[in-house]
Write a protein that binds this ligand. Sequence first.
Ligand SMILES: [Zn+2]
Ligand SMILES: [Zn+2]
Ligand SMILES: [Zn+2]
Length: 134
Amino acid sequence: MKRNTWQREAVRGALDANDGFVSAQALHSALHATGSPIGLATVYRALADLATKGDADSLQSPEGESLYRACSTSKHHHHLICRNCGLTIEIEPHAVEQWANDVAAANGFTQAEHVVDVFGLCAACSALAAASAS
Ligand SMILES: [Zn+2]
Ligand SMILES: [Zn+2]
Ligand SMILES: [Zn+2]
């Protein structure tokens, strides 16, 4: 079904233009700012669709909000996310892969998958926070 293709392309484009993880609402505002008539519900659907197809990564913020990002690789990876500015770094923590496989195997689990994302303050935001605290 080719329905709503332009909307999905618009959402995809907006996601590509964004460096960090964004919420559907933030992406919707960004699209509106460029004059797009796209609806919020359509943005939600398009993002869910992109995530299902593996064209976008999705994760839950510590506040429970769904966030999306067009990642540079479809390879398995994890994220370091600045909770202040949204800066996102893709990481491959080999120790985590090993641990996840080991703990699954030790309990008789096969086909184990895991989601590990680290939220914190990036170097720049940490410096800002330190500066404003002193
Ligand atoms: Zn990613
Ligand atoms: Zn930051
Ligand atoms: Zn992993």
